[in-house]
Write a protein that binds this ligand. Structure first.
Ligand code: BG6
Length: 453
């Protein structure tokens, strides 16, 4: 089993081919399997074989190997890719996340980078890639086992969509003292250093990056600190303008996304302070960051992120309000009012989730749609892009998210009779007056015959 990418697999494959090895696929995974088989033929020891092979690999990977003659022994290795061991009674487990075994044991073993672990039902031995012994760090999983079950829903994703009010409520819990002041216990960057922050860069991938884009609007407004949002894989391969007064905030549900981890390391090398907004306790990104703000969404098992998204926005808002409070600007004084509004969100979410009949009806009519557009302005813009991402990832329907103001600069050409368009409409009471502008966009789109419900 292999998770990740072996970057030098082509040259390794060429030398195996030269040795007469026959391949049944084009994958990098098969290259590793042949390498492990060949190293095992030399030493007769699977752990040793794994150790010999990882030394030749470049990239980020988690590898698991089992010998057909000894199915009770599993050897695994990790480099910049997730792997956690579950320690049971007469049984041990491996997974990329504790959710994989939480139904069997609450004891887990955290592994460091570049380590190899060998498990049998009764033993668990860890070594470093260089062969020196290590112990790993045992910890108790605090997540409730029930959180990793479907609770009567057909899929984990459906359950997690319905978990959203809890995710927001739990992420807000315990953040204020008796005077209503925000206190972030996990924040190990000093208040003085946080006051000196002159720029914030948010790095993340996928849904987490859209949560960061939503957060940018709020954090800039509340703190007047400039905020950039960058996809982690773009950030790490350029030369960003970063110094010790830059706060690099990574957002990740899993805390293990390799590109985000590499971006955090890059930021540290450049001297920035790093803060992780993360849902998974003990995962690599918060461990390697200067500070962490945990979202309390509970395990997110479905691959496509749902409840983590709203929890990430909530945690980013808490961070923004905390910075505003520390810096004492006008919004610092209004933080309590904003927090109160945030506390009201879970109930609104529950109302919406309690009435999904209309959503199901629209989905039924759209089942054969080939392409969908999503439009939004202000925070509705990243929400539109997240909507498009979800539709692509889950329904395999082509979808694009646009800033509604961009409509006249090109995308309007795509609107033909029958084209479905979802529009995120700001509240009529929003101070920025954008409601009217989005309503005009709707009129333009309707005039072109777009489908509407
Ligand atoms: C992708 C998932 O693979 O990873 C997305 O499909 C997710 O849903 C993204 O947002 C980033 O993951 P994480 O764990 O860093 O938030």
């Amino acid at each position: 089993m292999h998770n990740g990418i072996i970057e030098n697999f082509h040259s390794l494959r060429q030398s195996l081919l030269a040795d007469g090895v026959e391949f049944t696929s084009e994958t990098d995974t098969e290259v590793v399997a042949h390498l492990v088989a060949s190293a095992y033929a030399d030493s007769g020891d699977l752990t040793r074989a794994m150790q010999d092979v990882v030394g030749t690999l470049e990239g980020a990977f988690t590898l698991l190997a089992v010998h057909a003659d000894a199915p009770n022994t599993v050897v695994a290795a990790r480099r910049n890719s997730p792997l956690v061991v579950g320690l049971g009674d007469g049984e041990n487990f491996m997974g990329s996340d504790v959710a994989a075994f939480i139904g069997h044991t609450r004891k887990a073993l955290e592994l460091g980078q570049d380590q190899i672990v060998t498990i049998t039902p009764d033993s668990c031995d860890v070594i470093n890639f260089d062969g020196t012994p290590s112990e790993g760090k045992a910890y108790d999983v605090t997540w409730d086992a029930a959180a990793a079950e479907k609770d009567g829903y057909d899929t984990f994703m459906e359950k997690e969509i319905h978990d959203q009010p809890h995710a927001v409520r739990d992420t807000l819990l315990g953040r204020t003292d008796e005077n209503g002041q925000l206190v972030l216990d996990e924040m190990s960057i000093t208040e003085q250093d946080l006051r000196g922050i002159s720029k914030i860069v948010i790095v993340a991938c996928g849904t987490a990056a859209y949560a960061g884009m939503v957060a940018k609007y709020a954090i800039e407004r509340w703190t007047r600190i400039p905020v950039e949002v960058e996809l982690a894989h773009e950030f790490r391969y350029r030369d960003p303008v970063i110094d010790e007064n830059t706060l690099v905030v990574s957002i990740s549900q899993s805390g293990e996304t390799a590109d985000t981890l590499m971006a955090v390391r890059h930021a540290k090398e450049l001297g920035a302070r790093t803060l992780s907004i993360c849902n998974t306790h003990g995962s690599t990104i918060p461990r390697e960051s200067d500070a962490v703000l945990y979202t309390h969404a509970g395990p997110e098992i479905a691959v496509a992120s749902t409840k983590a998204f709203v929890a990430q926005i909530t945690a980013s808002y808490i961070l923004g309000l905390y910075l505003a409070q520390l810096r004492g600007g006008s919004f610092g004084r209004n933080a309590a009012e904003v927090l109160e509004e945030l506390h009201g969100i879970p109930a609104k979410m529950s109302d919406l989730l309690g009435n999904l009949a209309r959503v199901k009806e629209i989905a039924y009519f759209m089942a054969d749609t080939r392409s969908v557009l999503f439009l939004g302005r202000h925070v509705g813009f990243p929400i539109a892009m997240e909507g498009a991402l979800k539709l692509k990832e889950l329904a395999y329907i082509h979808a694009e998210g646009f800033a509604a103001g961009e409509l006249k600069h090109g995308p309007i050409a795509l609107i033909e009779p029958g084209q479905p368009v979802f529009i995120v409409v700001p509240s009529p009471s929003a101070e920025n007056g954008l409601h009217g502008k989005v309503v005009s966009n709707i009129q333009e789109i309707r005039a072109r015959g777009a489908a509407h419900w």
